[in-house]
Write a protein that binds this ligand. Structure first.
Ligand code: ADP
Length: 160
């Protein structure tokens, strides 16, 4: 079975992420969306909350699984028998970091391929940080996230 991992912080999941996961699900037999437990990034939402938002958004996909991981991504990918790690590329600015990660991951586990997908042009400017900033300033994020994420962002920033 061809398995791909879509890793990320997903704090919270946006329509940019969903676009990449959707396309990955048409290429691979199984896609695992893997939420990274990276406390250094000081996430707004807990891993459980992030998983809940992703599950809600991907309810209709029967070949997409949601999971979380700690430690090295390549070790996790190997454990899951994944052939590929999928990453989205929005702009040249993503490239430097992503290629470094991909090459390092190849040194660590040469059999796992990192594949880049061009972001949908509708969402190239979109990332989770910008969404949180807009929500915090009481802006409208409904075009960029699911209704559940929109509601939960409002709740988080209600009294701030
Ligand atoms: P990380 O903290 O690992 O960068 P993110 O949650 O920010 O995790 O992103 C996870 C993946 O989704 C990355 O490959 C990132 O490039 C991709 N991604 C994020 N936003 C978009 C977007 N708007 N369009 C396409 N891909 C995106």
């Amino acid at each position: 079975m061809s398995i791909a991992i879509c890793p990320g912080s997903f704090d919270p999941i946006t329509k940019g992420h969903l676009d990449i996961i959707d396309r990955a699900s048409t290429i691979f037999e199984k896609v695992i969306v893997a939420v990274a437990h990276n406390m250094e990034k000081k996430p707004l939402f807990t891993p459980q909350e992030r998983i809940e938002f992703i599950s809600d958004a991907l309810n209709d996909y029967n070949n997409v699984e949601i999971d979380s991981f700690t430690g090295l991504l390549v070790d996790y990918a190997k454990k899951k028998n994944a052939k590929a790690i999928i990453r989205g590329l929005r702009a040249v600015s993503d490239f430097e970091f992503e290629i470094q990660m991909a090459l390092m991951n190849r040194r660590l586990h040469g059999e796992i391929v990192t594949a880049f997908m061009a972001a949908n042009e509708k969402y190239t400017y979109l990332n989770s940080r910008i969404i949180k900033e807009i929500a915090q300033l009481k802006g409208d994020v409904s075009k960029f996230v699911t209704p559940l994420v929109e509601e939960q962002l409002k709740k988080k920033y209600m009294n701030k």
